[in-house]
Design a protein around this ligand. Structure first.
Ligand code: PHE
Length: 453
């Protein structure tokens, strides 16, 4: 299939916003703040920053090089670049990881929609115990989360089916700025609360005594998850970049946006939480149980203010989730479209339907249905574990080895410099990082997760 048939992103800003849309997701607004909360605030943020710089950007750039060079779906891209050897399997694994994540990511995205709706109809106010009970009864109700899962997947379907330029790029150009504006409004409101400085200080003043190797490993894992590394997304999107796109600049800009949004998410959550005396280390339940309660206490003096804060927060969460879902669905869509030779519309339909089915089972597994647990884990946790803790490190590790040691240096150099037209100042550093530093660090997370040390 020729490049014109495949489609391209039309503009530089489209490339940045769409790819940043993939990166900015629940990972930034949900996972980053609770990990920072659990791991000592400022210390975690500094280490996270280093991980993005030294590991995240080189890995992102490696995927860009593969995708842009091969200009095809992720599985075919590895095949093309390796000349059809066993490396093709790594590309397949990338597609599979993206596909498997889609289902359970869509479940949580559906929860965001439900909470957005609950904010509109005024259900987001009550005593602290109310929010706990609300979350439990909603997620375990069986049927309700499924409706929202189907709604968010249908939205994704309509966007992705319209193609790279008129679907993904156009939607990203609207959704990303909206997300940013909503985030800024809540950050300002949160930082103006009484005693907000305590929260800001928590993010700025490092307490080095809280550093353990767990903090490093969480920061490393989070940087990969947040930048959408090793899921086929970056490689697939890069296959729609133009020959003129400066890959290293784009990787830096996208990572900076992702980091900036994560910091803003912290500035939205910590000042409000500290202002009402709630510790922001409640783990995954932070955004669905702790935060509604924080908003209630912080902004409850004016009902309109509290309603609008809660509505804006869940809207921004939904937008963040939607742009990431689009990229996840695109990975498998591009694969089915090109490998099964079916139309883009049918490919999207196939992917959305099958991923929704996985989502349905994941969601039902949380309601305690018999038969939906494997090895003592709910299907939801199992998918999270297999994709995030097993596939992600394997694909990430092998991608670094592939670019660092297998693909001819000349090919990598030509992509890095756009055939010698761009400066190559950081090329050697990049190669050193993907050859040695990145694989070793990824191996360390993997072994740690397996309990080896
Ligand atoms: N990067 C997204 C986030 O921060 C998650 C994601 C991972 C999206 C992989 C696409 C692919 O939430």
């Amino acid at each position: 299939m020729s490049q014109t048939e495949r489609g391209n992103f039309a503009s530089k800003i489209g490339i940045i916003l769409a790819t940043a849309g993939s990166a900015v997701g629940l990972g930034n607004v949900w996972r980053f703040p609770y990990l920072a909360g659990e791991n000592g605030g400022a210390v975690f943020i500094i280490i996270y920053f280093a991980c993005v710089l030294l590991l995240g950007i080189p890995c992102m750039l490696s995927e860009f090089i593969i995708g842009r060079h091969a200009q095809s779906n992720t599985a075919r891209a590895y095949r093309k670049m390796s000349g059809g050897t066993a490396w093709t399997i790594v590309g397949f694994m990338g597609v599979l990881t993206g596909f498997l994540i889609t289902g359970y990511y869509a479940v949580v995205s559906g929860w965001c929609l439900q909470y957005m709706w609950a904010s509109i109809v005024g259900h987001m106010s009550g005593e602290p115990a109310y929010f706990q009970q609300y979350f439990t009864s909603f997620t375990q109700s069986g049927f309700k989360p499924l409706i929202w899962l189907l709604v968010i997947m249908s939205m994704t379907f309509f966007i992705v089916r319209s193609g790279v330029q008129s679907g993904i790029e156009r939607a990203s150009k609207v959704l990303m700025p909206t997300l940013f504006i909503l985030l800024l409004i809540i950050v300002v409101a949160s930082c103006m609360l009484p005693n907000a400085e305590a929260g800001i200080l928590f993010m700025l003043k490092p307490d080095w005594s809280s550093v353990t190797h767990d903090v490093f490993l969480s920061a490393l894992g989070q940087s990969f998850y947040s930048l959408s590394i090793a899921m086929g997304c970056l490689c697939t999107y890069a296959s729609y970049f133009t020959r003129k796109t400066n890959l290293s600049n784009s990787a830096i800009q996208i990572s900076v946006i992702d980091l900036f949004i994560a910091i803003l998410a912290g500035l939205m959550i910590f000042p409000a939480a500290f202002s009402v005396g709630v510790r922001p280390d409640s783990g995954p339940s932070l955004i669905f149980i702790t935060l509604p309660n924080v908003f209630q206490q912080a902004f409850g003096a004016s009902q309109v203010l509290q309603y609008s804060m809660s509505l804006m927060f869940y809207s921004l969460l939904t937008l963040a989730a939607l742009t990431s879902l689009m990229s996840l669905v695109e990975v498998a869509t591009a694969f089915c479209h090109e490998e099964l030779k079916i139309s883009r519309r049918n490919a999207t339909l196939l992917v959305v339907t099958s991923a929704s089915l996985i989502g349905v089972f994941c969601s039902l597994s949380l309601s305690g249905y018999d038969g939906l647990t494997v090895l003592g884990m709910s299907l939801f946790d199992l998918f999270d574990f297999v994709t995030g803790q097993i596939f992600l490190p394997i694909v990430g590790f092998l991608t670094c080895i592939f670019i660092g040691w297998v693909v001819p240096r000349k090919v990598v150099y030509d992509e890095f410099t756009n055939d010698g037209t761009l400066r190559d100042t950081f090329f050697r550093l990049f190669l050193f990082l993907v050859r040695f530093v990145c694989p070793l660090c990824i191996l360390a997370i993997f072994l740690h997760q397996l309990g080896v040390f």
